[in-house]
Design a protein around this ligand. Structure first.
Ligand code: FEO
Ligand code: CA
Ligand code: CA
Ligand code: CA
Length: 635
């Protein structure tokens, strides 16, 4: 297994290696065409009129301060600390490795724990999360997305696993943490030994439900029926259902598989085109899981990758419940799952596939939701569609069916969802990250984080990725946020209109389209919007996962950050800046809305942070509790 060969490569570099840019092909001519179009769009966007790219839902620049922001904008920061506005404070709620039961040890900075200690402790790389009230208790459910080699194994030579237990420790740091939290004397903390506490890991038994359950592509030696599987991993963003369950979304699941066979096209155990579409390759991304569990060896178990890449429904109120992989919502690199109840009661779930040039999806249930109804089939029976955006500001949801895709069965569409979406000519996007629905109006937003391949090379399925309406800049370093309004305010109809809420950029470096839209200025600029959530007041919170180089294209943008946007005026203000080399991701509120919980993921991913404990401590992902010093509402 060549699992450590790519040890020093970033995910981007790994992607380049397995999907190199063609030496020279038709694509170079497409780039030329994209460049000339950019000239037109760039000029328009630079001056803040969105008419050419959409329905001009955004009025021009909003300069005047609006009453909707209850804080003064803060500056950028490169400090190894969390910065919040005057009148607010940020305190630690829980960190990677904090024991969730009293039989587990405190985090050991010298060894960074063991597989056994990690299985009883809060997972690593906090990401999507939500809070649930149940029987007078407050339950926090959090995705633990992945691990960073240099942090997890930084005590070993070359930051590589030195034993099988090191690999297993990494595995146990993945999954989902369910933990009761409480506020005592004004300070939030986790409740050790709560009967609700639960670690869901890559070893937890899960049910496979929906159209793909039982299909031949889902069957393995260990599960000849194709209806149950072990575990979930690389859970990125999240969702919450109207009936109070949690949705964990499986994103870069491919990076954990490897092959014990060499790649040769005539080798029956080779990597198949279907695996390649999802980035499954002979080498993993350094996690080494196939060394301790052969189900991650695709030469031995070629259907295992088909059993991950889904949305997983978890009942946080029952620690004995079996999580359900909901194949009706499709298989791709799921970012989050934003559920809304349509006017007629049907449940609509919007979802992005976060990879360069992949797509944006919508699921509509057949049945209707009402309090007390049996909800099991609402994510079993329904229609999965993919978005097509037109340059004139309109768009259509195209249902993925055997008829529309030419594929053999609905089960196959739910498993090979990317291929189905390519077959109907869906619009290639600049990495769809979180989707968030406006609570005040039928309007939905999605972060398109960045796409250096836009106009440079096709997606993994070979689809053209020339610039298009909502993705108007080639080699897009900065990202943008697209939004759409369903026709007639009905989320189940095929038609919608769209525009761009913001094009991120750097007006201190660029004067063309890369300067950003008119609601971006030298004081609020950012790059790579990723996390996205509305608060109850209808403010849009934007979290970034971008470059923190603070030089060149990113000069003056500092560490990753969180901003708030007014969807009506377009105004955007910076609220929080994270410590060094972190991503800010995951956002939810206490039931009384007086605390905002924010995730700080992988501080020091390149070795330059000791947050939150300082000194020479190991940097640790953590959730912070942000409150107002006057005890007021924060969302
Ligand atoms: Fe895990 Fe697309 O971020
Ligand atoms: Ca993300
Ligand atoms: Ca991201
Ligand atoms: Ca990250």
């Amino acid at each position: 297994m060549k699992d450590t060969e790519n040890h020093t490569l970033s995910f981007d570099e790994f992607d380049e290696k397995i999907n190199p840019r063609p030496e020279e092909c038709d694509f170079d001519r497409i780039v030329e065409a994209a460049l000339s179009r950019r000239g037109f769009l760039g000029g328009v966007l630079a001056f803040g009129s969105f008419a050419a790219v959409g329905g001009s839902l955004v009025p021009g620049v909003a300069k005047a301060a609006s009453d909707r922001f209850a804080f003064d904008q803060i500056g950028t920061s490169v400090a190894d600390d969390v910065v919040v506005p005057a009148g607010y404070k940020a305190e630690i709620l829980v960190r990677w490795g904090d024991p969730m039961w009293s039989d587990a040890p405190e985090f050991d900075h010298a060894t960074r724990g063991t597989a056994a200690s990690q299985e009883r402790a809060f997972g690593d790389n906090t990401d999507g999360m939500d809070v649930f009230s149940h029987n007078g208790k407050t339950l926090l459910v959090v995705n633990n997305e992945y691990t960073n080699r240099d942090i997890l194994w930084g005590n070993n030579p070359d930051a590589k696993p030195a034993s099988d237990d090191d690999i297993a420790k990494g595995m146990m740091a993945h999954g989902v943490s369910v933990v009761e939290i409480a506020n005592t004397d004004g300070k939030w903390h986790i409740v050790k030994d709560s009967p609700y506490n639960r670690r869901i890991t890559p070893k937890t038994e899960m049910a496979i439900t929906g159209p793909a359950a039982g299909h031949d592509l889902m069957k393995t030696d260990a599960d000849p029926n194709g209806t149950k599987t072990l575990g979930t991993w690389n859970n990125c963003g999240n969702g919450t259902t109207p009936w109070g369950t949690y949705l964990a979304c499986e994103e870069n699941f491919n990076g954990y598989f490897s092959s014990s066979e060499d790649v040769q096209d005539d080798n029956p155990k080779s990597i198949t085109p279907a695996m390649k579409r999802y980035g499954v390759n002979t080498s993993d991304w350094g996690y080494g899981w196939a060394k301790i569990d052969e189900r991650f060896d695709v030469a031995k178990h070629p259907n295992e990758p088909n059993r991950v890449g889904y949305v997983v429904e978890i009942d946080p109120t029952d620690p004995t419940s079996t999580p359900k992989k909901r194949t009706a919502l499709g298989r791709f690199k799921h970012e989050n799952a934003e559920a809304v109840v349509n006017n007629d009661g049907r449940v609509v779930i919007y979802m992005g596939d976060d990879e360069r040039g992949e797509f944006l999806y919508r699921y509509v249930s057949d049945g209707v939701y009402a309090p007390g109804v049996d909800t099991n089939e609402l994510m079993e029976k329904g229609t999965l569609s993919v978005a097509k955006f037109n340059a004139n500001g309109t768009g259509t949801w195209v249902a993925l069916t055997p008829e529309s895709t030419g594929m053999a069965s609905q089960a196959e569409i739910q498993i090979h969802t990317r291929q189905a979406a390519s077959a109907v000519g869906a619009t290639t996007m600049d990495r769809p990250e979180w989707v968030a629905a406006n609570p005040n109006v039928a309007e939905v937003y999605c972060c398109l984080t960045n796409n250096k391949n836009r106009g440079v090379k096709p997606n993994a399925g070979g689809d053209d990725t020339s610039v298009n309406g909502p993705n108007p800049r080639e080699k897009n370093n900065y990202g943008q946020i697209v939004r759409w309004r369903p026709d007639g305010g009905d989320h189940t109809l095929p038609g919608f209109t769209w525009d761009l809420y913001v094009l991120a950029g750097n007006p201190t470096v660029h004067s063309d389209a890369y300067r950003g839209s008119a609601n971006v200025n030298a004081d609020n600029m950012f790059n790579s919007p990723d996390g996205l959530a509305f608060d109850d007041n209808g403010l849009l919170w934007i979290q970034t996962d971008g470059s923190y180089k603070n030089e060149g294209d990113f000069a003056g943008q500092g560490n990753n950050q969180m901003l708030a946007g007014d969807p009506v005026t377009g105004e955007i203000r910076r609220f929080l800046v994270g410590p060094k080399e972190c991503e800010v991701t995951g956002l939810t509120w206490s039931p009384d809305r007086r605390t905002m919980f924010v995730g700080i993921q992988h501080p020091g991913e390149r070795g330059d942070s000791h947050w939150p404990e300082g000194g020479e401590s190991v940097p640790r992902s953590a959730i912070i509790a942000v409150t107002r010093e006057d005890g007021g509402l924060v969302g």
